[in-house]
Design a protein around this ligand. Structure first.
Ligand code: B3K
Ligand code: ZN
Length: 858
């Protein structure tokens, strides 16, 4: 498989000023005629040919300047045409079968409708085209099809004409904004819309539509409101105004990821559009708001300014993730949002960065670009930009982004262009900071605090670990927010920002008669691992008193993580274990009883660190032992805190439903309390959960109750699972939850349940949401996935082999869990490798899966 390298970038030799597309739509046969107006690109090397990318398609006719031509050849999947002059019009016809497109890339059918997904390289499955993000073209599209099957015809931009002839009708669309092919979109189907309008800051009246299948209309209000809030927020916070008279969102049920920012026509996974209290959890509501925001924000960070090549993906994704994070923080609780984002980063990106798939946020090479839509490019990418914002301050950062939008509007830009704009606009020197773009690996920051006389001396060191292909690393600027707490008063004199630029630095603070307590990396100001000697007593202090909510959360996490690591690796004696548990319980009790805390934040402070995060702290982990010790801690806490937990449960149990923060927080702590009770008093938990399930008037409570029941053997388990299925069998998104709850459950026989569920009539490999609901939940279930005999690994390997020919992109996402073998104890590591080797030995693998398996074994 060829490797594509960033350093090999060359501009495309042709400019495609206009692209006209004519679609004759049919579910199993769609004819596409494309007409490209091209001229030589004076800024590129001269070429006598033009390479038009294709993927599994054939040209049924090729013309140049209106005349049929034979002067073209196929080079692999690409069509290479020899051209005599400097400007031409190329005409190409292709025929495709959307109903046979199970990869869900290009034009495909989803429950009777037609839709597209072109990022990154799907457009080449529709027609031959220079399918690269630096070729910007103005699109005019005509589409025609059966009135009956496709009453609604949508494309990018504005609808400029419509008409009908007998049973068919047609529409013409024009998008005035030049765009790369990956932003092309088309939808045809039987859809209905919730409509609204938004007036932009410049007075433009924008028609907004959220298109869904008929029965789903009453679940679109939250999506529409989220869209309006996004539009307003981007005006206020980034000064960005929408630039068309129309903005369409379409929900489809078969989709490889969350959603797609096509110009003026966002296409969404139904999961991120549909929500009502009966079927969506509070987490789902937040997901809808966040993804709607994310895709909308791409209109500037992605569409108006796009990427020069796919190595620059973080230019649009990292920045847009940061924008959606800031948006969600402004719409809800800022500290809780920050904690959630850090949890994702540490749960997914840190393991990626310390494993075989580690890559810089701006990768240097790839074989299949779909494999690089990663937590590193997205979430670490956002963290890197967030650090620039922290160093510059909000106001200067805004000057930087203004300059970026100004300088590069209408261009296909690079990460370097972005950094330079921030550097110039915010007046920062980012020379060294650029290393964050080229070096992979999570930096480790060593912290020691010494005290002598009245001086506290802080010593900071950094090491960036070696990663595949990068053995030597240079120090990177690491902005650390910190505060020094006075033990007696429980307060500090103000937060400081220290930037660690070198391998090592010392900072002194005067006027401390007693050794202060250090709170560091407050708000998680840098995406690093802090390594420090800190006593449990100091952590309990911070967990109770730190005024930075993130730091308070962090102290709770450190308290629990530190104990779990010790409990797993050190064979603690009973006294040591008891003492640690007592300290954790003490901190938790103060969290449970602190009436200054809102429940959303209280919930965060009560959450135990995930098993993956605990494993990540060890060079080689034993997942079975981690799981067992973690559950034991949960039981111990449940027992010690029984009174307070039941009080919290009683206080929140009957809170009436609403979507405000108070009620959401109550639902969050309610089910958390239930989970602790389940670990310590299962019989009581079954009783409470069954009642919670029956009385629930919303999905958060009902799903929470079912989750707890699913982990415990009881008659209620069977009864409520059956009830849930019957109640929601016509709602695919809720049935996804039903699969996920069982696959992710703490039940000791979860593996058997998963094996039975894959034969369930509602299970299908054709729908990515359904596949993920069963198998991603399973791969994230530490006890089941890491079963000692390797059966969990075999289940995932079987899935990969079966799904790969159907949907390569979705398949490749299941490789990383197996790729963790180097960090897992010997016996399991061997079984994981064997599973990977069995996949590697398959006669034919997709490029996606092959690349991930090869890197994981490599
Ligand atoms: N830009 C798309 C991701 C496309 C992924 C294709 N494999 C969604 C997003 O990040 O907004
Ligand atoms: Zn994105």
């Amino acid at each position: 498989l060829p490797e594509i390298r960033r350093e090999d970038y060359r501009p495309f030799p042709w400019i495609v000023s206009e692209t006209r597309l004519d679609f004759d739509l049919g579910i199993d046969c769609t004819r596409v005629r494309s007409t490209l107006t091209i001229a030589r690109n004076a800024k590129a090397d001269r070429s006598s040919t033009i390479r038009l990318n294709g993927d599994g398609i054939e040209a049924t006719s090729v013309t140049v300047d209106g005349e049929p031509t034979q002067s073209w050849v196929m080079d692999g999947d690409d069509l290479v045409l020899t051209l005599p002059g400097d400007a031409h019009e190329i005409g190409i016809e292709t025929e495709i079968d959307p109903s046979a497109n199970s990869q869900l890339m290009g034009l495909y059918a989803s429950s009777g409708m037609l839709c597209t997904q072109c990022e990154a390289e799907g457009f080449r499955r529709i027609t031959f085209f220079p399918d690269r993000p630096d070729v910007l073209s103005t699109y005019s599209v005509r589409m025609s099809g059966s009135k009956d099957r496709f009453p609604v015809l949508l494309c990018n931009g504005n609808r400029v004409a419509t008409g009908e002839e007998g049973d068919t009708h047609w529409a013409e669309w024009h998008d005035p904004w030049p765009k790369p092919s990956y932003l092309f979109a088309l939808v045809a189907g039987d859809l209905v819309a919730r409509s609204a309008s938004f007036t932009t800051m410049g007075g433009r009246e924008v028609e907004l539509n959220v298109w869904v299948r008929e029965g789903d209309l009453d679940r679109t209000e939250h999506a529409m409101e989220s869209l309006k809030r996004s539009m307003k927020w981007d005006e206020e916070v980034f000064g960005r105004e929408y630039d068309l008279d129309l903005f369409n969102i379409v929900a489809v049920s078969d989709f490889n990821m969350g959603a797609m920012e096509n110009k003026g026509l966002n296409i969404f996974n139904t999961k991120y559009v549909l929500a009502d209290p009966e079927t969506a959890t509070d987490g789902d509501y937040d997901g809808v708001e966040g993804v709607i925001g994310h895709e909308y924000f791409h209109n500037w960070s992605g569409n108006r300014i796009t990427c020069r090549d796919w190595f620059q993906l973080s230019l649009k994704e990292g920045f847009t993730v940061l924008r959606d994070q800031l948006f969600s923080a402004d719409m809800g609780s800022e500290p809780v949002k920050r904690i959630e984002d850090v949890r994702i980063l540490r749960g997914v990106q840190f393991p990626e960065d310390s494993g075989p798939l580690a890559h810089p946020i701006r990768p240097d090479s790839y074989r299949e670009i779909s494999n690089f839509y990663t937590a590193t490019v997205y979430n670490k990418g956002a963290e890197v930009i967030r650090m620039m914002r922290t160093m510059a301050g909000e106001e200067r950062f805004r000057k930087g982004t203004d300059l970026y939008f100004d300088r590069h509007d209408g261009e296909a830009a690079t990460c370097e262009d972005f950094v330079k704009s921030i550097e110039d606009g915010a007046a920062l020197d980012l020379t060294r900071f650029r290393r964050w773009y080229s070096q992979a690996g999570t930096p480790r920051v060593g912290v020691t605090l010494e005290h002598e006389g009245e001086t506290a001396r802080l010593t900071l060191t950094q090491t960036v670990p070696a990663t595949p292909g990068q053995s030597e690393k240079q120090p990177m600027p690491i902005p650390l927010k910190l505060a020094l707490f006075d033990r007696a008063s429980g307060t500090h004199r103000g937060e400081e920002l220290v930037i660690l630029n070198e391998d090592r630095a010392e900072v002194t603070f005067d006027g401390f008669t007693e050794k202060p307590i250090l709170s560091i990396n407050r708000t998680f100001s840098a995406p690093v691992t802090i390594e420090r000697d800190v006593s449990r007593e100091e952590l309990v202090f911070l967990a109770e008193k730190d005024d930075d909510p993130f730091a308070r959360y962090e102290a709770m996490q450190e308290l629990m993580t530190g104990h779990l690591v010790a409990d797993v690796t050190d064979d603690l004696d009973d006294d040591e274990r008891e003492a640690a548990r007592e300290d954790i319980a003490r901190a938790m009790r103060s969290v449970l009883e602190d009436d200054q805390l809102d429940d959303l934040m209280r919930g965060e402070l009560l959450m135990m660190p995930g098993a993956t995060y605990v494993a990540e702290q060890m060079l080689v982990a034993d997942p079975g032992r981690i799981h067992a010790r973690r559950e034991a801690l949960k039981t111990a806490l449940g027992t010690r805190l029984a009174g307070s937990l039941q009080e919290v449960y009683a206080r929140t149990e009957n809170m009436p439903f609403s979507l405000d923060a108070g009620a959401k927080g109550a639902r969050k702590v309610k089910t958390l309390a239930l989970a602790y009770i389940a670990a310590s008093d299962p019989a009581k938990a079954v009783e409470l959960a069954a009642r919670q399930y029956d009385r629930a008037d919303n999905m958060t409570d009902r799903q929470g109750a079912l989750m707890v029941l699913a982990g415990l053997d009881s008659a209620e388990r069977t009864g409520k699972l059956l009830d849930f299925y019957n109640r929601y069998q016509n709602n695919a998104l809720v049935i996804d939850k039903w699969f996920a709850i069982q696959a992710g459950s703490l039940h000791p026989r979860a593996i058997e349940h998963v094996k039975a569920l894959r034969d369930h009539p509602d299970f299908t490999l054709k729908n990515p949401n359904r596949v993920r609901s069963l198998y991603m939940a399973f791969a994230a279930n530490p006890a089941a996935f890491h079963a000692e005999d390797g059966e969990g690994y075999a289940i995932i390997a079987d899935l990969i082999l079966e799904l790969d020919p159907i949907n390569a992109q979705t398949t490749a996402r299941f490789v990383p869990p197996l790729g963790r073998w180097r960090r897992i104890e010997e016996k399991r590591a061997k079984l994981m490798r064997e599973a990977l080797e069995r996949i590697a030995a398959a006669p034919k693998l997709s490029r996606d899966t092959f690349e991930q398996v090869a890197r994981s074994l490599g």
